[in-house]
Design a protein around this ligand. Structure first.
Ligand SMILES: [Zn+2]
Length: 216
């Protein structure tokens, strides 16, 4: 059976990417990264629940805490408080590239043919999330790998808005209580950061109940 690695965060988008990879006929391998994000406990707990839900072949949790130690993001930097929710602060410099690199390395080891990420549509606050980025990454992967052939990095949600991913997750039957979106906190969702606002608005528009707890 062909193998796919899913860069799984414990959020809705990467869970949808996993469901699409499964539908595309792949055996699933999850890779989750601890890069020092404030919500890490919640993300890791969710990723384990989702690994069970999807009955994955293997789930690796990779330590990349050095990335968060560099600072400059609401997601990782303790000095930046949740009230300071400028949208630009949800960018963690070069994070997605680092995660894709880890996935490519593992793909070589297990001879996977695909890597799926849950990156969603623009304005692409993270440049290493954009369609142009994935196009170039695939060029790079074609010359940088040795042990696996025809490896492709696939971002099936790259033109989806949050509302599209929530609709898809609902259709796939993904348990929303296993998904987390808040980047400011992991105990209770803050309700203020850009991802929290987007999640709540989308659930409201779709008329679907969001089972997670919000602070306000
Ligand atoms: Zn939040």
């Amino acid at each position: 059976m062909k193998k796919a690695i899913i860069a799984l965060s414990g959020g809705i988008d990467s869970a949808v990417a996993a469901a699409i990879a499964k539908k595309d006929g792949y055996e699933l391998y999850f890779l989750t990264v601890n890069y020092g994000q404030k919500n890490v406990k919640r993300e890791l707990a969710n990723s384990k629940k989702l690994a069970k839900f999807f009955n994955v072949k293997e789930h690796k949790i990779i330590d990349m805490k050095w990335l968060g130690s560099l600072g400059r993001s609401l997601i990782t930097d303790g000095d930046i408080k949740e009230g300071d929710s400028a949208d630009d602060l949800i960018y963690v410099p070069n994070r997605n590239s680092c995660i894709i690199s880890a996935c490519v390395a593992w793909a070589e080891v297990i001879e996977a043919e695909a890597i799926y990420t849950g990156s969603e549509a623009g304005p692409w606050i993270c440049p290493d999330n954009s369609p142009e980025y994935y196009e170039r990454v695939n060029d790079l992967v074609s010359i940088s790998t040795k042990l696996t052939k025809n490896l492709k990095v696939i971002a099936p949600c790259n033109y989806n808005k949050k509302i599209d991913d929530i609709r898809l997750a609902h259709e796939f039957g993904i348990p929303f209580e296993y998904t987390w979106t808040c980047v400011a906190r992991g105990d209770k969702a803050c309700g203020k950061c850009e991802p929290c606002r987007g999640r709540r608005e989308a659930f409201k528009k779709l008329g679907i109940e969001d089972p997670i707890e919000y602070d306000n």
